[in-house]
Design a protein around this ligand. Sequence first.
Ligand code: ZN
Length: 216
Amino acid sequence: MNNLAYLPQRELVCDLCKKFYAKGWASGTGGGVSIRVDDSNYLIAPSGVQKEEIESKDLFVIELIDCGYKIIEKPENLKISACTDIFVNIYKKRKEVGAIIHSHSINSVLLTKIVNGDHVTISKYEMLKGLEGCNYFGSHTIPILNNVENECDLADSVAEVVEKYPLSHAVLVRDHGVYIWGRNWERAKVHAECYDYLFEAFIKEKQLMNIISLKN
Ligand code: ZN
């Protein structure tokens, strides 16, 4: 397997899949990871496989082209991720993005159940500083899309909200999860960890406020 192109980056994607599985972000074969490997080529984890068991040879290599993408390397007997069209649209709208994570984290899902409407704004948490361009005294708004039956049908709406919310590094999908990105894999991972913390804090804060208002 040592003649595989982009071997160190492939190993990195496998390692990230294991880490995200351990956090509960990719259980039941859900979730996904993609990283840029050069100017136009990207690695993408396959669909419907146990993310913690993925090996270097299981990854797809795609190239972005004007009308979408073409598959450069396809592992045998595996299907490309259902998120691919979404990843491609994010990469095309945000030229600086070097890695994208799709997570089914329970905090991202629960937050979309308690917030009505098409966005959520979070403020007054130190962890906002972990999001590029954010600070403690500002607020941060993340778009929320409604879920659809087939994940690829979200691709156009994701492209729209990525443009509409230029300061967000994430798109939430109601009852489903979240797409999070960064200019490289390290930044995407930091963003994913900070967002998950902030989503959990937002939910718990709302719970506490409800308890307090019931008592008063
Ligand atoms: Zn998903």
